[in-house]
Write a protein that binds this ligand. Sequence first.
Ligand code: ITT
Length: 188
Amino acid sequence: MALIFVTSNRHKFEEASELAARHGIELEHRDTPYIETQADELEHVVRPGAQQACALLKAPCFVEDAGLFIRALRGFPGPYSNYVFHTLGNEGVLKLMGGKSDRRAEFRSAIGYCEPGQRPEVFTGKVEGTIAHEPKGTRGFGFDPVFVASEGNGRTFAEMSTSEKNRLSHRARALETFFRWYKQRKKA
Ligand code: ITT
């Protein structure tokens, strides 16, 4: 039986599917509209999110929430990344970073997995990097053109293929931990 990933973002689904296939797991995409709680910690967003999506679908499923945390902006946009991306966009973020010499940032990801009648499980991942001075690359989505991963040879995520991004990314790291746990659980 396929494992359901509830997300409105097809790029996230593509990244997760590529990684899942390496674990022999088949993913199914659902865009079930669950309410995303606003909270300072991503973990506090995905726990109720997974529970709600699971109750709507009456089936095991997972949700994922991600954010870009910029050190010189004291962690902004963090849990508000979605809103900020859709209002200010990459150009707006680069403007906010104008004149800042400390360009360190990290992407964080939290996954919430829930089975009917059970409490949700949470898995997290992060990747460190810097904010570029200008957008580069055409792949990926969201803040990918302005995020240079520390281990990415100076390239932005938008200059990488899905499999390259999946070797480093916050989401890939959270998914790896989750898929390993999930396979053990299925065996038990
Ligand atoms: P969901 O339906 O799964 O919530 P979403 O697109 O709303 O999908 P998030 O709330 O998790 O995604 O992400 C917040 C924003 O952060 C999102 O709109 C992107 O712009 C950005 N973002 C998240 N992950 C990213 C990634 O891997 N690369 C670039 N930007 C990312």
